[in-house]
Design a binder for this molecule. Structure first.
Ligand SMILES: Cc1cc2nc3c(=O)[nH]c(=O)nc-3n(C[C@H](O)[C@H](O)[C@H](O)COP(=O)(O)OP(=O)(O)OC[C@H]3O[C@@H](n4cnc5c(N)ncnc54)[C@H](O)[C@@H]3O)c2cc1C
Length: 506
């Protein structure tokens, strides 16, 4: 069997990519140079939007069973609450953050991938590759020292911040390394009130963030704090439990004791991204394409959503369900690169706010945070940003018309799903959903595009409208019920490309 896609890197992004492509029927190989999965807790939060997307493959329920639901974040100054941001009001079937160590997320994704017949090939490193018009030839070095040359139609680099693919393609990784030094502690905490909520303490000495890991009764938590500045290349001693306790005592609520450390480390923050995520038959996703401050816990989630964005497009193209390959494949970078830019800017601002030192500005900051987040709309906006439900693609080349005056989401915006709704894009074929009044018009429209549309319409989003929604849940086209000719033009344009009818290959 020829392999359609090679994925390098079996972190959360590579595993998600492999699950999505395998369930859409592409033959996939996924390799990782490491002999084993990470045992580190790293990214702890899976946000609502990622959970919605995981529901499409069925892996979401396994993650939910293994994680803890967190419903709020608190911005604190000592024992004073500056803002309480609840996730319970967000318009999602998952109105919470799921707290789960990255090691567990990867275990669950890998197990799910195995049920789709794909096994991660470990101790196998991509060392070189070359692409032609029709394929990519990759050299895979196994632990035994043998090298295999694998030819695939596509190569997807999910090989992390030090991406081999990015280096070998000489892609600019534009951005900065910040001078601030941070401590990360995976410890057990005793005496923390409301341990099932996130806590961020703003203090003149710096910021302190506390997140629970695992069942609250275990008391395991992640502590993150900035500790000063470092010069490039400077090596600083690893933090100790005593250092962590001192930070908790100085910046926290008091009376919280740390014990039994699992992982203590220093880290610095890089804020970088590549400009374009596609180089012909090669795509980059996740940390290979963008890295940012952990403030806001967006890194892994942004990568997971890269994977969900690319996979359905690649499946549609590879299965020859559309002839205008470049429109779909180029839209991946056109949509996801601005999202990473927004994450970089947002987390960068949060980091600067958290690490400011000027005493006059510090007092102002706390007052401004309290005032700004005193208003429910501002708190709701922050909850939507954090949960990544606010991610949308208003400038996407895939956006069709919005000729309706009704109150439906515009092209590029997400359609909220509610508990019990069948996720759009579930199953073994990436299909668009038609939200419209049932009847002959809807049936006739669906019959024109049977391979790309769900077989039955869903109820209209608002009476009198029809809306086409992409397999990843974003609006493609919306109009009044008489807009079927425009919807038809949208699908024809998607399949055949702008104004050029070509014959689909069999
Ligand atoms: C301390 C810490 C805390 C974090 N907290 C959060 C958080 O709260 N929320 C959040 O969203 N994100 C967080 N992140 C970021 C998150 O961990 C990363 O964004 C995430 O791991 C990126 O996933 P990835 O799959 O893109 O890359 P990785 O997880 O880095 O996986 C890349 C894989 O590629 C493999 N690889 C590399 N080169 C090759 C090659 N040539 N051949 C074969 N295999 C190769 C590597 O072995 C690795 O397994 C945190 C990160 C750290 C370090």
């Amino acid at each position: 069997m020829p392999t359609d896609v090679l994925i390098t890197g079996a972190g959360p992004v590579g595993l998600t990519m492999a699950i999505e492509l395998a369930r859409f029927g592409l033959s996939v190989r996924i390799v990782d140079r490491n002999a084993a999965r990470t045992d580190k807790s790293k990214a702890l939060v899976v946000w609502s939007r990622s959970l919605e997307l995981f529901d499409r493959s069925g892996v979401g329920e396994h993650l939910l069973a293994a994680g803890q639901r967190c419903t709020a974040a608190n911005l604190m100054s000592g024992d004073k609450t500056l803002a309480h941001i609840t996730f319970e009001g967000v318009d999602s079937s998952h109105p919470y953050a799921l707290m789960i160590p990255q090691s567990e997320t990867e275990r669950i994704l890998e197990e799910h991938l195995r049920t789709l017949g794909v096994q991660v090939e470990r101790s196998t490193e991509l060392t070189a590759f070359a692409q032609s018009e029709t394929s990519v030839a990759s050299s895979l070095l196994s632990a035994g020292g043998t090298t295999e040359t694998l030819e695939t139609a596509w190569l997807i680099a999910c090989d992390g911040a030090h991406s081999t693919v990015r280096h070998q393609l000489n892609l600019p990784f534009e951005g900065d390394t910040l001078p601030s030094q941070w401590v990360l502690a995976d410890v057990h905490l005793h005496g923390l009130p409301n341990p099932n909520e996130l806590h961020i303490f703003l203090h003149e000495a710096g910021v302190l963030a506390i997140f629970s890991i695992g069942p609250v009764e275990d008391g395991r938590a992640r502590v993150i704090a900035n500790t000063g500045t470092v010069s490039p290349g400077e090596i600083t001693p690893e933090p100790t439990l005593a250092d962590v306790q001192a930070i908790l005592d100085q910046r926290g609520i008091g009376g919280v004791t740390a014990s039994d450390p699992v992982w203590l480390a220093n880290f610095t923050i890089n804020e970088r991204k590549i400009p374009n995520y596609r180089v012909n038959r090669i795509f980059l996703a996740g940390d290979a394409a963008h890295i940012h401050s952990p403030a806001g816990g967006q890194g892994m989630n942004t990568g997971i959503q890269d994977a969900c964005n690319l996979a359905w497009k690649l499946a549609v193209v590879h299965r020859k369900l559309c002839a205008a390959a470049d429109l779909l494949l180029d839209s991946y970078s056109a949509e996801r690169s601005p999202v990473a830019e927004q994450v970089l800017s947002g987390t960068g601002k949060l980091t600067s706010l958290a690490t400011m030192h000027n005493p006059a500005l510090l007092a102002l900051r706390n007052t401004a945070v309290k005032l700004a987040l005193g208003f429910p709309p501002a708190r709701n906006a922050m909850a939507n940003e954090l949960t990544e439900l606010a991610v949308h693609y208003p400038k996407s080349p895939l956006n069709g018309d919005a000729s309706t005056v009704h109150d439906t989401p515009e092209p590029g915006y997400r359609v909220p799903l509610h508990t019990g709704d069948l996720p759009i894009g579930a199953g073994d074929t990436p299909r668009f959903a038609l939200y419209a009044h049932p009847g002959a018009d809807a049936d006739q429209f669906i019959a024109c595009f049977p391979e790309l549309l769900e077989p039955t319409p869903r109820p209209p989003l608002t009476p009198g409208t029809l809306t086409l929604v992409r397999p990843d849940g974003y609006v493609a086209f919306t109009g009044d019920t008489n807009a079927y000719p425009h919807a038809d033009a949208y699908m024809v344009n998607l399949i055949y490309g702008p104004k050029q009818k070509v014959t689909l290959e069999s």
